[in-house]
Design a protein around this ligand. Structure first.
Ligand SMILES: [Zn+2]
Length: 659
């Protein structure tokens, strides 16, 4: 997952008067000790932005050389304050500070919704003659952003567009906040937790009856659903997890879908998907539907076989006939892991002893050193929580600082509950601006499973995209790219961990870590393709639901979900409400969830260059200089062509579906 700023193209300017290259200085995160400090910083940003807009509107020069850098300066001014605040909203332990950072973002979004309708700036933009391809792409993206914010609409429609944008910002925040601050706990006796590793529940608080109170954090809820022998225990935890957000979030999601539909209609589009996809690689919902249908065709038989196998395991365990056996949603992970263990002698838990969290972080950092020639130097700057860490990213060849990277890895109350990377600030070679990114996860302190190591590497892939970016404009820096391409650099790295040469790097960073036995890794490599039919079909389902929610017909989110899920092999579970915590589609991935499958086509293609040489500095450097350095300033297809030396294709992706 990648958290980019909505309507990221554009904005700000204390630097509007000073666009000469400055000396690159490492970034430091602001430390706020009160909401009042947040508000004061926010006031400064808002004043600067208003001044900057006024100066921009007073310009008469229409040469690209003057206008485009100043537009980017507005964006940078916003990012200076709102970039770190967006991360703090997700991780800061103090609710008053989180609330203040959220309020600040709403103030910025309101400014942006109005600024992007400025007739004067829009007019200036249309007169710019771009000097080269980078300026041309930035100009086009900027004109698109102004157009999509309503710069060309009549005044009465402009007002409604602004109101809708503001309401969408507010509701998206609310949706995420409800999930983040969820306090649901489920009580279990020790007997009910049979099968669940004791380290998951042993230290949990207990209720007055002595039952263990387990919350929704992934290192807790995940193992209960995957391991509890008692099906009622699995079911209770599954229902709690899929009840998060509740009817309040369902109502919010419904409002978001209606507002996005109305927004698209203002621009003459039948659906929000039509409105949104025209700016993506996919271009139209029809192209996505076609792609999704091809993917489903490729895995549908395999999905049937996967379920038949799991039913066999359940039938044997319950000593009943296979025909009468159904895999329930809370059975899926339980029987998947049972089958994986039986077929491949692999159990995710086995890996925790080999992958301690600190060593795992050092391991992924060292991979980047080997592949991309960069070092990560721990920095002692004060941060928002004792668990958070800062690293200065340094270029090994020149010893020059490149960026800052922040990591916050363990679950705690009120923290963002998934794994994601926040692009705190983007690079701009124009002003010597160095980027920064924040990687947030919820790992188990006892060690990682191989899947959790994969998740860490995925988010680290986003972070590398952010911190190794060297774009001219911050607006196009790092992960400020099209949403259906943004996952490719992170997904690409996911399968590095199955290569024994790669895993051997662990011993370079952790002398006391035991190496993963070669035979276990070989078995894990085979096991990772197990149940791919089920897994890819699930991604297909999420993507299809998202497209339908934002498609031609108005939909009530829960009704649509129940209807669509009823047609899947496990059916719909009465009372469950998964859309109420499906944060992707409430915010940045609305009508864009298909990106995970779409980006995977690019990721698989990128991997072909690393075949048999996953630690090649030569290939790594080429990748860094093309794909990573260029962020969004060059079209994805062109970047992949530059890197691979041939046009991109989907052969590797479809081959992987059959592995
Ligand atoms: Zn991602």
């Amino acid at each position: 997952m990648n958290i980019a700023h909505r309507l990221a193209v554009m904005a700000s300017v204390s630097s509007i008067l000073c666009c000469q290259a400055a000396v690159a200085a490492p970034y430091t995160m602001p430390v706020y000790s009160s909401a009042a400090e947040v508000n004061a910083d926010c006031d400064r940003m808002m004043n600067d932005l208003k001044d900057a807009q006024a100066k921009l509107e007073g310009m008469t020069s229409t040469s690209g050389a003057a206008l485009l850098p100043q537009l980017d300066a507005i964006y940078r001014r916003f990012e200076d304050t709102d970039g770190p605040m967006a991360l703090l909203t997700a991780v800061h332990p103090d609710k008053a500070i989180r609330d203040a950072t959220e309020a600040c973002d709403l103030r910025y979004q309101a400014f942006n919704a109005a600024y992007l309708q400025s007739a004067k700036v829009f007019e200036l933009l249309r007169q710019v003659q771009p000097a080269d391809d980078i300026d041309r792409r930035f100009l086009k993206d900027t004109i698109d952003a102004f157009t999509d914010a309503g710069a060309a609409l009549p005044a009465n429609k402009q007002k409604r567009a602004q109101d809708i944008n503001n309401e969408i910002s507010r509701l998206s925040q609310e949706f995420e906040r409800v999930v983040r601050e969820d306090k649901t706990q489920v009580a279990f006796t020790e007997a009910e937790l049979m099968g669940v590793p004791p380290n998951v529940w042993r230290d949990a608080k207990r209720d007055e009856q002595g039952r263990y109170l387990l919350g929704m954090a992934y290192p807790i809820s995940g193992p209960v659903i995957e391991r509890a022998v008692n099906p009622q225990s699995r079911e209770r935890m599954w229902r709690a997890l899929n009840g998060r957000g509740g009817s309040a979030n369902l109502k919010t999601l419904s409002e978001l879908a209606n507002l996005r539909r109305e927004y698209a209609a203002i621009f003459g589009f039948e659906s929000y998907a039509d409105f949104a996809e025209r700016r993506h690689m996919a271009e139209t919902p029809a192209n996505i539907q076609k792609f999704l249908a091809t993917v489903k065709d490729a895995v549908v038989k395999r999905e049937e076989t996967d379920f038949a196998l799991l039913r066999g395991f359940k039938a044997r365990e319950l000593k009943q006939g296979v025909a009468a056996t159904k895999i329930e949603r809370w059975d899926l992970n339980y029987y998947k892991q049972m089958a994986r263990k039986a077929k491949f002698a692999v159990d995710g838990e086995q890996f925790r002893q080999y992958f301690p969290p600190d060593a795992s972080v050092k391991f992924v950092l060292r991979l980047a050193t080997k592949l991309f020639g960069v070092d990560f130097v721990p920095s002692q700057e004060p941060l928002w929580h004792a668990d958070a860490r800062a690293f200065e990213v340094v270029d090994l060849a020149t010893s020059k600082p490149l960026a800052m990277l922040y990591v916050d890895l363990y679950p705690r109350e009120d923290k963002f509950s998934h794994a994601a990377m926040w692009g705190i600030r983007a690079s701009s070679t124009l002003v010597g601006r160095l980027p920064a990114g924040g990687l947030v996860a919820n790992l188990d302190r006892k060690g990682l499973t191989i899947n959790e190591l994969k998740t860490l590497l995925h988010e680290f892939g986003h972070a590398l995209h952010q911190v190794l970016s060297k774009t001219r404009y911050a607006s196009q820096g790092g992960t400020n790219v099209q949403v259906d391409y943004v996952e490719a650099p992170s997904q690409m790295l996911e399968d590095w961990i199955y290569d024994p040469k790669v895993l051997a790097v662990f011993k370079e960073v952790c002398a006391t870590c035991k190496p993963v036995p070669a035979a276990l890794l070989t078995r894990a490599d085979k096991a990772r393709h197990f149940a791919k039919g089920i897994d890819v079909s699930a991604q297909h389902f999420y993507a299809s639901y998202d497209l339908a929610l934002y498609g031609n017909e108005p939909q009530e989110p829960m009704k649509l979900w129940a209807h669509m899920e009823a047609a899947t092999p496990m059916g719909y579970v009465e009372g469950s409400m998964e859309p109420a915590s499906f944060g992707h589609i409430a915010s940045g991935y609305a009508a864009g969830y298909y990106s995970y499958l779409w980006s995977l086509v690019v990721a698989e293609d990128l991997r072909t260059a690393f075949e048999g040489k996953k630690l090649s500095l030569e290939v790594g450097h080429r990748y860094r200089d093309t794909v990573l350095a260029n962020g969004g300033q060059v079209a994805p297809k062109e970047l992949v062509r530059q890197f691979l030396g041939r046009p991109t294709d989907s052969k590797a992706f479809f081959k992987s579906l059959n592995k």
